[in-house]
Write a protein that binds this ligand. Structure first.
Ligand code: M6R
Length: 620
C-alpha cells in the first residue's frame, strides 16, 4: 500500500510533499517521511505515526529545497518505527528512495548485499532496493570511471529493478545528481504531473489536483527521469518512448469535515445525496430503463451477454452479492461474485459472452486490478463500477460506471456501499429491460428508485435509537449478524463494519445457516442482530429469531416501522422505512453503519483510521 510523492521545480518541495502525503494518507498511516535536497545534501525527515506527526517534525526541523520525495506507509515488512519509515538510504547515502509495493525476494537479495558489505539499518524489504541501486551505481562508476550522470542513474535503476520480484512504485534521489528524480513502476501505480518548469510524482492523481492538469500515467516497467525542465520516459524492454500526456479530469472533492466529528459519520449522512448522484441522468423514462454513458458496448454485444461475473474485495464484494441477487432476479442473468484475491489465481471456465465487472470504491485495490487484468487477458469485456475518477481500474477497464459519491475518506466504507448497490440496481434494470423485464415493471422500478433518497433520510432518523443500543451493548465481545436474501449481504457488511472499527469479533451469516454451526455461539453474552424487514421471507427469519431467543441470546432487530411483532420479541429494535425487498439493503445498512460507529466511539477506537488498515489496499 503506501503513498509516494515527488517534486522537482522551483517551489519549496516540502510544502507540496506534505500536502500530497495528507492527500495520500488513505493509503496508509503507519509512518511518514520526506527527503529533500537541502544545503548540498539529501536531508531525510521521517517519523512513525500519521502525517500530522511529520508536519510537527518539519515545523521544528524544516528542510528547504526544490527537489524532494515523500512517503506515507502501511507497514508490510518491518515494524512501524521511525527507522523503518521511508525514505530509505542506500550505500553510504548515494541513493535515497521511497517505495510502494512488496519485494518478494528481499531475503535472498539482503543476503547477497550483506555478503558484498552493505549494512542494513532497517527491517524493511525496501532497503534492499536502495542498496541494490547503490551497488549498481558503484559498479558502474568503477567500471566506466564515470562520474554520476543522469544516464547512469536511470540505467542503474533499470538494472536494479530487473532483479526485484514483486511490485513497486519507486521515486529515487541520487546524492550526486541534485537536479534529478528517477521514478519507476511495476504493479504499483505512479503518475507524473507536468508543470511549467516543474514536475510532480504521486501514487495517484489526488496530490496533483490544483497543481497541474497535465499528467502521464506510467505503465508497468516504465522508468521516468525528471529534471525541472525535462521528462524522459523509457520502457524496460522497448526503450525510449514519448510520454502520452493526458488531461487530469479530477476535481478536488469536498474533503472537509463540516459539522461532523468524523468522516465516517459525515459519509453516513451523505448517503441520501450520494445515491441521488449515482442515479442522476441515468433514467430513460420513455423506455422505462436506465442508461449509462460509459459502458462502451453496443446493445448487440450487451444482449449477447449470457453470464456476469462481479469481482471485488471487502465492502465492494458485499455490494456485489446484492448485485448478484438483483441481476438474477431482474435480468435473469446467471451471476457470480468472486473475491478478486481468489479470481486472480483461479481459472474458472467463463463463456465467450461473460461480462466481468470490477467493483471498487478506490479503483486502486491491487487484487481487484489483478483479477480484472486476468479476465481482460482472456478476452472478456471487463468493466468497472468505481468511485475514483482516473484511478488505475477506471483507466484500465474497457468501460464502466462511476458512482459519483464524492471522496470517501473514512476507512470504513459506507456511502460507497449504498452507491454501488444503487448502480447495480440500475444495471439490473438496464440489462433486464433488454431481456425479460416488462415496460410497467421498469416504470415501477424507476418510481421506487426515485423515492430512495427520501427513504434514506428517514432511515437516518434511527440515529438516537442506535445510540441507545450501542450504549447497552458496547461491552460485548461477540456479535452475530443474521439476514436472508437481500439482507444476507447486509448482515455480512454490518459485521465487517463492527469488526474493522471497534475490533469486536462479529460474524455475518444467512439467518437459516446459523443452525448448521454458529448457533453454538449463542448465549447471553452473544447478541444477534437480525436484519428482519417485512417481505416474502419474513416468517422464516422470524423462526430463526425465535431459535436464538429460545437459547437466551439477546436479539437486536432491524425491522420495518410499525412492526410490533418483532418489537415484542426482540430485546431491542431499530426501525427503518418499509421499502420493496430489492431496495432494502439501502435502508437496512444504515443502522448497522451507525451502530458500528457508536460502539467504536464508546470503546475509544479511532473511527476514521482503524488500526492495521488503510483506505486503499494496494498490495496483494
Ligand atoms: O476501494 P475498494 O472498494 O476496492 O476497497 C475494497 C476493500 O478494501 C474495502 O471495501 C474495505 O473492505 C473497507 N475498508 C471496508 O469498510
Amino acid at each position: 500500500m503506501c503513498g509516494i510523492v515527488g517534486y522537482i521545480g522551483f517551489r519549496n518541495a516540502s510544502d507540496f510533499l506534505l500536502d500530497g502525503l495528507h492527500r495520500l494518507e488513505y493509503r496508509g498511516y503507519d509512518s511518514a517521511g520526506i527527503a529533500v535536497f537541502h544545503k548540498g545534501e539529501v536531508a531525510v525527515r521521517k517519523r512513525a505515526g500519521r502525517v500530522c506527526e511529520l508536519d510537527r517534525l518539519i515545523e521544528t526541523d524544516g528542510v528547504e529545497g526544490t527537489v524532494g520525495i515523500g512517503h506515507t506507509r502501511w507497514a508490510t515488512h518491518g515494524e512501524t518505527t521511525d527507522v523503518n519509515s521511508h525514505p530509505h538510504v542506500g550505500g553510504n547515502g548515494e541513493v535515497v528512495l521511497v517505495h510502494n509495493g512488496v519485494v518478494e525476494n528481499h531475503n535472498s537479495l539482503r543476503t547477497q548485499l550483506q555478503t558484498l558489505g552493505y549494512v542494513f539499518r532497517t527491517t524493511t524489504d525496501t532497503e534492499v532496493i536502495a542498496h541494490l541501486i547503490a551497488h549498481h551505481l558503484e559498479k558502474r562508476i568503477e567500471t566506466d570511471g564515470e562520474i554520476c550522470t543522469h544516464e547512469a542513474c536511470v540505467e542503474v535503476v533499470e538494472t536494479a529493478m530487473r532483479k526485484i520480484e514483486g511490485t513497486y512504485g519507486v521515486a529515487v534521489l541520487f546524492r550526486d545528481c541534485p537536479d534529478l528524480i528517477v521514478a519507476a513502476r511495476a504493479g504499483s501505480p505512479l503518475v507524473v504531473g507536468i508543470g511549467r518548469g516543474e514536475y510532480f510524482v504521486a501514487s495517484d492523481a489526488g496530490p496533483l489536483v490544483g497543481y497541474t492538469e497535465e499528467v502521464v500515467y506510467l505503465a508497468d516497467h516504465e522508468i521516468v527521469a525528471l529534471t525541472s525542465e525535462s521528462i524522459d520516459l523509457l520502457h524496460r524492454d522497448a526503450g525510449k518512448k514519448s510520454p502520452s500526456i493526458q488531461v487530469l479530469d479530477q476535481v478536488a472533492g469536498d474533503t472537509s469535515l463540516g459539522d461532523f466529528e468524523h468522516y465516517m459519520l459525515k459519509e453516513i449522512y451523505e448517503q441520501p445525496q450520494s445515491i441521488e448522484n449515482a442515479m442522476r441522468g441515468r433514467f430513460d423514462e420513455s423506455e422505462a430503463t436506465a442508461m449509462f454513458g460509459g459502458l462502451n458496448l453496443d446493445p448487440q454485444q450487451l444482449r449477447r451477454v449470457d453470464r456476469v461475473v462481479l469481482t471485488a474485495c471487502g465492502t465492494s464484494w458485499h455490494a456485489g452479492l446484492v448485485g448478484e441477487y438483483l441481476l438474477e432476479e431482474f435480468a435473469r442473468l446467471p451471476t457470480e461474485v468472486e473475491y478478486a484475491s481468489e479470481l486472480r489465481y483461479r481459472n474458472p471456465p467463463l463463456t465467450d459472452n461473460t461480462m466481468v465487472f470490477a467493483i471498487t470504491q478506490s479503483g486502486e485495490t491491487a487484487d481487484t486490478l489483478a483479477a480484472m487484468r486476468e479476465c481482460k487477458r482472456k478476452g472478456h469485456p471487463t468493466l468497472a463500477i468505481c468511485n475514483v475518477v482516473g484511478s488505475s481500474i477506471a483507466r484500465e477497464a474497457d468501460g464502466g460506471i462511476y458512482l459519483h459519491a464524492g471522496p470517501e475518506i473514512g476507512v470504513a466504507s459506507t456511502k460507497a456501499f449504498t452507491s454501488q448497490v444503487t448502480v447495480l440496481t440500475l444495471l439490473a434494470l438496464y440489462l433486464g429491460r433488454m431481456r425479460h423485464l416488462s415496460y410497467p415493471a421498469g416504470r415501477r422500478m424507476i418510481d421506487q428508485l426515485r423515492e430512495m433518497p427520501d427513504k434514506l433520510r428517514k432511515a437516518l432518523t434511527c440515529h438516537d435509537a442506535v445510540r441507545e443500543v450501542a450504549a447497552k451493548y458496547h461491552g460485548f465481545n461477540n456479535f452475530l449478524y443474521l439476514g436472508r436474501l437481500y439482507n444476507f449481504p447486509v448482515a455480512l457488511e454490518g459485521a465487517l463494519k463492527m469488526k474493522e472499527i471497534s475490533y469486536i469479533h462479529a460474524e455475518g451469516y444467512p439467518a437459516a445457516e446459523m443452525k448448521h454451526g454458529p448457533i453454538a455461539l449463542v448465549e447471553e453474552k452473544t447478541p444477534s442482530i437480525f436484519v428482519i424487514p417485512r417481505g416474502g421471507i419474513y416468517p422464516k427469519v422470524m423462526s430463526n429469531l425465535e431459535e436464538v431467543r429460545a437459547r437466551c441470546g439477546p436479539v437486536i432487530a432491524i425491522a420495518c416501522e410499525g412492526d410490533d411483532t418483532v418489537a415484542d420479541l426482540a430485546d431491542d429494535v431499530i426501525f427503518v422505512p418499509d421499502v420493496e425487498e430489492y431496495l432494502q439493503p439501502l435502508v437496512t445498512s444504515i443502522p448497522l453503519q451507525l451502530l458500528a460507529y457508536h460502539v467504536a466511539l464508546l470503546r475509544d477506537c479511532n473511527v476514521d483510521r482503524p488500526r492495521n488498515l488503510a483506505k486503499s489496499v494496494t498490495v496483494e
